[in-house]
Structures are given as C-alpha cells and as structure tokens.
Design a protein around this ligand. Structure first.
Ligand SMILES: Nc1ncnc2c1ncn2[C@@H]1O[C@H](COP(=O)(O)OP(=O)(O)O)[C@@H](O)[C@H]1O
Ligand SMILES: [Mg+2]
Length: 578
C-alpha cells in the first residue's frame, strides 16, 4: 500500500479477473473424479448421444492416470459453439430448467480440477471434417506472465485428426471427442491406491449416477466395459445386482439369462409438495435374496452389491441424473444403524426445485433445506421404521427356519447339562442299543437333521450325552409337549403348531433376537402382556389337567412338588445364556 499522492493521476481501472490466477484457484472446485467425468457425460447425453465411451489412460508407466478421453456419437457442435466450449460461463442452455447443464462452467471446471490441458473435436455430420479447439493452462499462464496479448484466447476451430486414444470408439457420423491431458492431480494415494482401483471406482459411480439413462438404453462404457446400471432402489431390471444375484442363485434360470430380484416397495414416488413443484420419495426394502439372514450385511456378496455404502444413503435424482448419493445428517429417525444398508431411498426432483436442494454449479452434493428437509424427514419418520420392522420380521422368520433345524434350544440345553448332575437321579428307563438308536433316528427326522447320513450322525453325536434334550418340532394335534425318557436322558419335544408356541414363545424368541432400536415400545409391551397372560393360562390349564385325574389330585403331588423345585434350581443356576 502506498500513501495517496495528491498530485498523481487517478488510478486506471483494473480488470476484475486476473485470469491466470483465477483459473488456478478454480481448479479446486471440489470435484471428485467421478463427478468430474459425469459433467462430460452430461453434455454427451444432452447432445442425444447413444454411445458414450470413457477411457482412463495410464501414461507415465507408474500406474498413474495421465489422460482421459471421452467419445460420444451425439449431435456435435457447430464451429461457433465449439469455439465457445472452453469459454467459462458459456452455455447454449444457460439457466434453463429443462436441461441437466445450465451454468456453462461444468465442462471446464471439471477438466481443470484434474488436468491442465483440454482438447475438443467435434463434427455434425459424417462427411464433415473433425474440427478442433484446445486450451493449455500452463502455456496460457506462461504467455500471460510474458505479457503476451490475450493469452487466454481460444482460436477458431481448425480441422485436425482425432487423437489415437479416440480412434477406437470414433463415431461414424456426428459426435464429440474430449481429451483431458497433462493430468497432474491423480497421483498415487491421493484418490485411490492405483489406476486400476480408480477405474473401478469410476465404473461404480458412473453406473449409479447415470442408471436411468443406461436403463433407457444409452450405452456408457469405461475402459471398454459397458456399464450395467447400478440401482440402489433395486427397481430396474438387468442391473449389476441382478447379474450378481443370478450368479449366486442356487436356482439359476435354466438356459441362462438374468433374473430380476424385486424389492419390497414401501413408498413409491410419494409426492412431496413444495411451492413451485413436487419432489418424489421412494423407499424400498431390498429383496430377500439380498437381506438373507441377519449378520450378512458385510460379507463378500454384500460388498459386491455395495451394501455398506448404502447405509443411511439417500440418492438424489435431478432430471433423472443422480447428483448426490449421501447421508443427510439427522434425517433418519433414531439415527442410522447397520440394517439400514438394506433400505433404498430416492428423492427425485426437477431443476425447478434447485433452490430447495441447494444445487450448486458444481453438480455434486445437495443440501435439502427448510421446508423440503422437514418434509422428507417427516415421511422418513414413518417409512424407515416400517422398513426396519419388515426387515426384522424377515430376519426373525429366517432365524426361525434355521433354528427349528439347528436346535433352537441349543444354548439352554448346553447350559442345563451341568445342572443335570446336581438334580436327583430319577427312575431310569432302560433302553437297549436298538431302542436308543430308533429313538434318536426319529428325533433326527423330527428336527430336520436326517437329510443325509453325515448330518444325522453329527446330530446324534451332539445330543446323545446330554441329560436333557429340548427340541421344537412341527407335528399336528393339540399336544403341547411330548416327553420321552431313554435311560436317564430326558427328551422333550415342543410342538411348534401349538398356540402357546405360536402366540407366546415364538414372538418372544423373535423379539429377543431383535436390534433394540428396531423394536417399538408398543410391541415390547404387547409381547410382555401376552406372555404374562400365557403363563397364567398355562398354570390354570395345568391345574385343570390335574383335576381331570380320575384317581384324585393327590397322585400328582410329587409331580407338582418336583416340578416346582426343579424350576427353582434351574432358574437359579442358568442365567443369561440367551
Ligand atoms: N458432447 C457435446 N456435444 C455437443 N455439445 C456439447 C458437448 N459438450 C458441450 N457441449 C456444448 O458446450 C456448452 C458448454 O458446456 P458446459 O460447460 O458443460 O455447460 P452447460 O452444460 O452448463 O451448458 C454446452 O452448453 C453445449 O452447447
Ligand atoms: Mg455441462
């Protein structure tokens, strides 16, 4: 700062933009690689391309990506538009609300975020020459520093052959080729461990961002791989998930093909009315082939299905193009938990509502605010718990199915094993080998352990030395329990068709397996009330059964006394095994 001098002439006007430095600063516009690539794909889609190819090219022998080439078979640009392609703020659709792009900065900022050199070729007909324009930030900045005139000017398009990287995908007719080179921002460790990882990451993101277009038939390929849509809602057919699940399906389609695994739809494009338009909310619970049993949300298949990243994520779709797939803070009722990775959520809106979504010139991220945020939240307050509950029910059933086969009461009978030694010995019911063998074979059959010899032997091996065997089995009739004594071993079968099991035991079992956050207080209290009722009724029924004894109730005194005593001992010694 110099002190103003009264005799000096007034200072001349200065340019508002110091172009070279401003462009350097604008390089940090916050794009990640996939979001930057998506800007170029947007432009191709708006030019009505049917085929778009993206190639990430390793250039320096160190597994760094040094250039990216995009080829489309869209309408192409006339020379004037082409010359303006590189002009910051230029758009043929400036501030329109029926297009994807509207700011006229995407193509440039995205490129500069990673590269310092941009080249574009375009033509509008098969018989027209390819015309080229280019920009080199480093050169232009040097020219600016050297005081050259108009160092950031863009020359008129001139005919030039396509670069070798593009010839493989070159369209027969009209189209556009964009080449980003001198990429200096994709070194090791900055975004991904190596070029390969980075390419996979881009495939993954692009297949989700443009899923509607891929689903509609537009072909997008990354390094030669045509992308299958990745739909975090599981509604589209023939997606990446369908392909994976078909492969993993034991009942693969005969004659090949890809099966569709449909989600359970909880809210289907539910309108969210706002001033100026509507947004639409969709909530789904993933198909059973995906939710499977509890605890598998992080296994190999889950990872390949990209479940972990879906936990709490909402996909925001603007003009059928995803602009964010993100966790919005505090929008989930009671916070996000692991099972939420099986819930798909989408909010779709048109660009009229950009203000509500906090859409920025960099098509990355949204911040739904005010009224919109409140309305999404209000809806999720009912839909998320519904989805969570459905999931818990599913998992309850899956566990139930498993347990009837795998010893529902295994934990208890194991714990009771030790206590067995301290209880009075009782009257043995001698059994020879054959009788014993027959009894176990029958039990194995009843409990679903008789599919093959190996399974049967394993099961019998596991139970034969236990003092008590308790199994839930499915058999018709009103019988609640069946007791069989083999020597001193007590085998108890509980009938899973009995009302006591269905209405008290089973719901309690399921409740006991749930994530506490997924149980409503209402459900817990209801279950507790029904249990108290059921236990009381069971005792009343026992009393009534004793009263039916023709030889008088005295005959049951021992039974009742022992029963009471053993309940006391067992409950005293066995605690917290479930
Ligand atoms: N692949 C393409 N095919 C045809 N025209 C294109 C293509 N890419 C860019 N353009 C033209 O270049 C202009 C500038 O692109 P961009 O900076 O992304 O701005 P925006 O998409 O916001 O209009 C677009 O408005 C469009 O007219
Ligand atoms: Mg654009």
């Amino acid at each position: 700062m110099t002190t103003p001098n009264k005799t000096a002439p007034p200072p001349a006007r200065v340019a508002m933009i110091q172009t070279g430095q401003a462009l350097m600063s604008l390089r940090d516009s916050g794009y990640d690689l996939s979001a930057a690539i998506a800007e170029v794909v947007d432009n191709s889609i708006e030019a009505n391309a049917n085929n778009i190819s993206i190639d990430l090219i390793e250039g320096d022998g160190k597994k760094h990506i040094t250039s990216i080439v995009f080829v489309d078979d869209g309408a192409g640009m006339d020379p004037s538009v082409l010359q303006h392609y590189l002009v910051l703020g230029y758009s043929t659709r400036w501030m329109r609300t029926d297009t994807i792009g509207k700011y006229g900065v995407g193509a440039k900022l995205a490129a500069l975020n990673f590269a310092t050199k941009i080249d574009v070729w375009s033509r509008q007909a098969a018989d027209a020459p390819w015309l080229h324009v280019g920009f080199d930030l480093v050169k232009s900045k040097a020219a600016e520093e050297a005081g050259e005139e108009n160092p950031f000017g863009i020359d008129p398009p001139a005919p030039r052959d396509l670069p070798p990287e593009a010839t493989m995908h070159a369209p027969k007719g009209a189209g556009t080729v964009v080449l980003w080179s001198a990429i200096d921002r994709l070194q090791h460790g900055r975004f991904a461990s190596d070029a390969n990882q980075l390419t996979i990451e881009v495939q993954k993101e692009v297949s989700r961002i443009f899923r509607e277009f891929i689903d509609g038939g537009i072909r997008i390929s990354v390094n030669g791989t045509a992308l299958a849509a990745h739909d975090p809602l599981y509604k589209m057919k023939g997606t990446w998930a369908d392909v994976l699940l078909t492969k993993a399906d034991p009942e693969k389609l005969r004659g090949g093909g890809t099966k569709h695994y449909a989600p359970q739809v909880i809210a289907d494009r539910e309108p969210i009315p706002l001033k100026g338009g509507k947004a639409y909310l969709t909530v789904v619970l993933y198909p059973e082939e995906v939710t499977r049993r509890r605890g598998l949300g992080g296994d190999e298949l889950a990872k390949r299905l990209r479940l972990p990243e879906n936990e709490g994520a909402i996909s925001f779709m603007r003009s059928r193009r995803e602009i964010a797939y993100t966790n919005v803070p505090r929008i989930f009722p009671r916070g996000v938990s692991e099972p939420d990775r099986f819930i798909g959520i989408e909010v779709a809106f048109s660009p009229d509502l950009d203000d509500y979504f906090g859409v920025r010139n960099v098509k990355r991220g949204v911040e739904p605010h005010g009224e919109l945020r409140d309305k999404i939240r209000a809806k999720l307050t009912t839909y998320i718990p519904t989805a969570r509950k459905l999931l818990e029910n599913r998992w309850g059933k899956a566990a139930q199915k498993e347990q009837v086969h795998a010893g529902e009461h295994a934990a208890i009978t194991e714990a009771v094993k030790e206590v067995g030694h301290v209880l009075p010995k009782g009257t043995p019911q001698p059994a020879d080998d054959k009788k014993r063998r027959d009894a176990y074979e029958q039990l194995a059959k009843d409990t679903g352990h008789a599919e093959n010899q190996k399974e049967k032997d394993e099961y019998i091996g596991r139970i034969k030395d236990l003092p008590f065997v308790l199994e839930s089995v499915d058999y018709p009739g009103k019988m609640f329990i069946d007791i069989q004594i083999i020597d001193r071993q007590v085998i108890i079968r509980v009938n899973t068709r009995h009302r006591f099991y269905q209405e008290l035991w089973k719901p309690l079992q399921e409740l006991s397996k749930m994530d506490p956050g997924a149980v409503s207080g209402d459900d817990a209290v209801k279950a507790a009330r029904r249990s108290v009722e059921g236990l009381s009724l069971m005792l009343i029924a026992y009393g009534k059964a004793v009263a039916m004894e023709e030889n008088g109730p005295e005959i049951h005194e021992d039974l009742t006394a022992y029963w009471g005593q053993f309940i006391d001992t067992l409950m005293g010694k066995v605690k917290g095994v479930i």
